[in-house]
Design a binder for this molecule. Structure first.
Ligand SMILES: Cc1cc2nc3c(=O)[nH]c(=O)nc-3n(C[C@H](O)[C@H](O)[C@H](O)COP(=O)(O)OP(=O)(O)OC[C@H]3O[C@@H](n4cnc5c(N)ncnc54)[C@H](O)[C@@H]3O)c2cc1C
Ligand SMILES: Cc1cc2nc3c(=O)[nH]c(=O)nc-3n(C[C@H](O)[C@H](O)[C@H](O)COP(=O)(O)O)c2cc1C
Ligand code: SF4
Length: 647
């Protein structure tokens, strides 16, 4: 077997897992009226089938009377026996595959409350500002309310045991539990605040209450942050002390992660954050206590996990997003078929959608969240489909159409498959995106139903000669080049060209990048990788990275700052001169920014010429991806899947 440590059975307390792979909690907002539905159960079933040893459910609340928040994430509530049936569906389904399941039980939300209700002020250990609405403060919980929360917590654990869960996961990260533990949020003057002993009282009482309801032998996993990742937050030393105090309590495992809602890029790492971000911190805890640990946070692949286990850095590996993109990654890794694993590109679209009250979706796996629909059915009416353009949209639609039994011509005008994905995958920090490109190419190259034609521009004449039954136009977008004087100078480069031809380009030491959207920012980071030091981003908008989704943007801004990339905003490009660029500010005043090399990253414009010329000629024709308007992988991939279903 390729990864003997990863796939060896191991125990968390009295629970034996078939391997050391843990599906970390991942709330996808697939609930309806705060209940698990078939959509969620099927999502978990697929991951159990795929080989997870343990599934930790997403966040489930133990009560809703004292702390009814958050209102928009759709977290289920397990506060009565009436809920047992929903959860039993889940545990029974997962158990069919020899996978164990723990319930992530939260005692409350505290300062993460959203949408404050007029008659129910959010509560916390103390009066503290809400994360997203600092003007609104939590009300300090009374001691009676704390006792009630503790009681409800234990009751929920008892209900969970009755519903067939194999373990209770005591969720003391980020939410109310963590806020009690941490002096940055807990300012109480009574026995629940002040010293660490007092701040831990709520946790210890919750554990005691769980024990009273599930018994002494029932496995418990405690989830805490290693550090909060901001000045004034908890640091590792105190976490080690917390772990030491938990040691006598027969805890089955500690689930250790870095970060908080105030440092999301540590908790849910982006491409701009290093692999295994929590590993070294977690290892410090492991060395200090005799409790098995689970660590997660961008563990890149099975080989990396195996090494961690071999070196004794962790006892279990927690994986969240890699299970989103490919539920079967454990089985594929075990069989040595790593090339078949669809990698997570760490784009954080999945969590960003949940943050904005939508159900989760993935940039690369359009079947995530649609497991309940089953695999795409084979077509009863095989057609010849011409796919014009082999970017992510074209390759994805070709893959799924071919799998359905259609015969696909995938025509690409350039000599390479990939479209903008090729450029997106160039920087070293985008290695997962490069792996995604390889995966996508493999899907179409190895499918006998896909006839790939490179260096083939689809034109109306080409369509007439092929006479396909249907055409899917995926012609994407082209860089927008501003028509300013000097744009043709030899010191001006297009970011999209530079990324792929860097070795052949002459790039000076003083660089200005015009356009500080995703492409401009990532080009700046790429140039840093190449050793360039003096890089300035210039944009007419008031802030950089405006086209980047919220959670990725936070992380990108941190990275730009760390790499000391300058930015100048509110400045419109007027002219390019031998010494650099002339820009105009909001008041109409001009200034010169000196540079040896000027890089243009002023956005993309959709290329819909082919669609416009064919749409009235063809009976069955679709346009997907950036040729509709320039957007992101998630749009190309989701639209591709939707069309592959209906042809
Ligand atoms: C540098 C860069 C970095 C990016 N990074 C990210 C990122 O990190 N995350 C993210 O989500 N998005 C990113 N994007 C955006 C993302 O790449 C696009 O949203 C995505 O590639 C759109 O896919 P598509 O298939 O619709 O179009 P494209 O990727 O543009 O592909 C279109 C393809 O069609 C071909 N073509 C055009 N006309 C014809 C024709 N007539 N006949 C045959 N072939 C034709 C083109 O040659 C091209 O290969 C990035 C974009 C760029 C430029
Ligand atoms: C969409 C999404 C939802 C998440 N939901 C939860 C949750 O409900 N509870 C929790 O403790 N962690 C949650 N997390 C954090 C993950 O459990 C995990 O710690 C994080 O994604 C890092 O691991 P990864 O790099 O393997 O994805 C979520 C992460 C994502 C991406
Ligand atoms: S949306 Fe992005 S980060 Fe989330 S699982 Fe998919 S590829 Fe990974």
């Amino acid at each position: 077997m390729k990864y003997p440590k990863l796939f060896e059975p191991a125990n968390i307390g009295s629970m034996t897992l078939k391997n050391r792979i843990v599906l970390s909690p991942l709330h996808a907002n697939f609930t309806v009226c705060d209940k698990y539905t078939d959509r969620f159960v099927k999502y978990y079933e697929e991951r159990a089938k795929g080989g997870a040893g343990l599934i930790i459910t997403a966040h489930i609340k133990a009560e809703k009377d004292i702390d009814p928040y958050p209102k928009t994430f759709g977290y289920p509530i397990f506060d009565s026996a009436a809920e047992i049936k929903y959860f039993t569906d889940l545990t029974e389904t997962v158990h069919k595959y020899g996978t164990k399941i723990a319930i992530e039980l939260s005692p409350g939300t505290g300062r993460i409350a959203d949408e404050p209700l007029p008659d129910k002020r959010p509560v916390g250990p103390s009066e503290i500002p809400l994360l997203t609405m600092p003007d609104v403060k939590t009300r300090e919980l009374t001691k009676d309310e704390i006792k009630q929360l503790v009681k409800s917590y234990g009751k929920a654990a008892g209900l969970a045991k009755a519903a067939g869960f194999d373990a209770i996961y005591v969720h003391f990260l980020a939410y109310l539990g963590d806020q009690f533990l941490s002096s940055c949020w807990n300012h109480r003057q009574d026995e629940y605040g002040g010293s660490l002993e007092n701040r831990m009282r709520f946790l210890l009482e919750c554990i005691e209450s769980v024990r009273a309801n599930v018994g002494d032998d029932f496995p418990l996993i405690v989830g805490i942050a290693l550090d909060h990742g901001f000045a004034g937050g908890r640091e590792l030393e105190e976490t080690i002390e917390i772990a030491k105090r938990l040691e006598p309590l027969n805890i089955g495992a500690l689930h250790l992660r870095r970060g908080s809602y105030d440092a999301m890029s540590l908790l849910i790492p982006t491409p701009y954050v290093k692999d295994g971000i929590a590993v070294d911190y977690a290892y410090e805890v492991k060395k200090a206590v005799n409790i098995p640990i689970i660590v997660d946070g961008k563990l890149p692949n099975a080989a990396y996990c195996e090494k961690l286990l071999e070196e004794g850095k962790t006892d279990f590996v927690g994986i969240a997003r890699q299970f989103v993109t490919d539920p079967y990654w454990p089985k594929k890794a075990k069989a040595g078929k790593e090339d078949d694993i669809l990698p997570c590109i760490r784009c954080v679209q999945c969590i960003n959608r949940v943050f904005f009250s939508k159900s989760s979706a993935c940039s690369v796996n359009p079947q995530f969240g649609r497991e309940f629909e089953g695999p795409l059915p084979k077509t009863k009416e095989p057609k010849q489909v011409l796919v014009a353009g082999a970017g992510p949209a074209g390759m994805t639609v070709a893959k799924f159409l071919a799998e359905r039994g259609h015969s696909v011509i995938l025509a690409e005008k350039s000599g390479e498959l990939g479209g903008h994905l090729i450029k997106a995958a160039v920087p070293a920090y985008k290695k997962e995106t490069a792996a995604y490109l390889r995966w996508l190419k493999k899907q179409v190259e190895e499918n006998p139903n896909v006839d790939i034609r490179l260096n083939t521009e689809v034109t109306p004449e080409f369509v007439s000669s092929v006479r396909p039954d249907a055409v899917v136009v995926c012609t994407g977008s082209a860089p927008y080049v501003p028509a300013v004087p000097g744009i043709d100078r030899s010191n001006v480069k297009l970011a999209t060209n530079l990324l792929v031809n860097y070795k052949d380009e002459e790039v000076g030491d003083k660089i200005v990048i015009v356009g500080a959207g995703l492409v401009g920012c990532e080009t700046a980071l790429f140039l840093k990788e190449q050793g360039k030091k003096d890089i300035t981003l210039v944009d007419m908008l008031p802030e950089v990275a405006q086209d980047v989704i919220y959670l990725a943007r936070l992380s990108l801004l941190e990275k730009l700052q760390e790499e000391q990339i300058n930015s100048r905003t509110g400045l419109k490009l007027k002219e390019i001169i031998p010494e650099g660029i002339i820009v105009e500010d909001e008041k109409g005043e001009t200034q010169t920014i000196n540079a040896d090399t000027v890089i243009i990253a002023t956005g993309l414009t959709s290329d819909n010429k082919l669609y416009e010329s064919l749409k009235d000629e063809m009976e069955e024709i679709y346009a997907i991806g950036d040729c509709i308007s320039p957007r992101k992988f998630i749009d190309a991939v989701q639209e591709a899947y939707a069309i592959a279903k209906i042809i």
